[in-house]
Design a protein around this ligand. Sequence first.
Ligand SMILES: *[C@@H]1O[C@H](CO)[C@@H](O)[C@H](O)[C@H]1NC(C)=O
Ligand SMILES: *[C@@H]1O[C@H](CO)[C@@H](O)[C@H](O)[C@H]1NC(C)=O
Ligand SMILES: [Fe+2]
Length: 440
Amino acid sequence: MEFRALCAALLLFFLSSSSAIAVTIGEDYVRPRPRKTLSFPWRPKRSSDPQQVHISLAGEKHMRITWITDDQSTPSVVEYGTSPGVYSSISEGESTSYNYLFYSSGKIHHVVIGPLESNTTYYYRCGGKGQDFHLKTPPSQFPIHFAVVGDLGQTEWTKSTLDHINNCQYDVHLLPGDISYADYQQHLWDSFGQLVQPLASTRPWMTTEGNHEKERIILLESGFQAYNARWKMPYQESGSTSNLYYSFEVAGVHAIMLGSYTDYDEDSNQYTWLKADLAKVDRQRTPWLLVLLHAPWYNSNWAHQGEGDSMMATMEPLLYAAGVDILLAGHVHAYERSERVYNGELDPCGAVHITIGDGGNREGLAERYKNPKPHWSAFREASFGHGELRIVNSSHALWSWHRNDDDEPVQSDQVWINSLASIGCVPRRSHELRKVLMGP
Ligand SMILES: *[C@@H]1O[C@H](CO)[C@@H](O)[C@H](O)[C@H]1NC(C)=O
Ligand SMILES: *[C@@H]1O[C@H](CO)[C@@H](O)[C@H](O)[C@H]1NC(C)=O
Ligand SMILES: [Fe+2]
């Protein structure tokens, strides 16, 4: 009996550490190993210098600028304008901070600037001093280009993924959860902020939470303290009462960021908010409807198998009635794209489900898939990489997945997606949607 237990333990060890071994898949591709966690040397800074600058969309024509200072006296103001070093406008915002076990955060500043012109470069300065930053606002009409990746972490693979995203022309970055992998060690939130600043200070980063953002310790610490304080998203702007779910609109796209780690049953606040948000969607103005969440609903990888099932049972009928085009998830450290699917069956008016939790975190890849491949699964592969969604016009979008192969972003999957609005699915279902929205 003991010998069997030992064997089982050894087997488990080899399965769980198999990502450390380069595995050959197919004939031509050798899967890479996980890479080292990045180290961040401690560099003393002037305590009022802005650190960890990142930006996010904050309602029509507005952007939220977030940064941290060690000292408490720096004012929460942002000066900005369309020429370098010439600040024609100034906005004042708010600040927050938090304590977690023995850690005390710096002063976390949130300042909303605007109204801003679309598709325009702005130069800005935080707290009245320090470096000049710049950002580009998204266009107000198609085409619009999204970069997408979840489960980033802060390893050398993360760096490779970020470098590839930095080299593509994108307007907005979408992150379906598990961003810093701080996992209770609060200084790792700071090093993550430092790592992503070059990208996140120039393009809006729109996140939703994953399980690694939770950091709850029973009786000691409540959940999502660092995430909510540092990554404030436009929830108030979208009528939500929680930073864990919200929506935003950009250039003909309505994007809904759902929370896999907060209540989602039919009498929850999230469900009620989702119904109200869907009722506001105008497919003339925003023909594309996207949803992001962390734990995937269609997943043929053995990793996290079934974890999205109960949320899917509650919310999939609502999203189907509303005609959601694409649902992007993370959590599973691999890539998978589905056919249009609803309730487990192929459906021409269902959503395309994409799992893109392959940003490069320290846990490595999820390599074991269920076989045979389910009929709804169109493409699956366990490699690090990122996705790009180019919404060309109201009817056509080009989705592509780029593998971090040998540090080159190799395009490995590409597909044209037609909007449901353009193929007659949305009007057909508006009666059904009304019924669901009016229902209890
Ligand atoms: C945004 O600006 C770029 C360069 O100025 C231009 O080429 C592009 O057409 C603009 N996009 C939209 C949607 O206006
Ligand atoms: C939308 O873009 C696709 C792909 O480029 C093109 O074939 C189609 O004609 C465009 N539709 C409209 C209405 O412009
Ligand atoms: Fe996760």
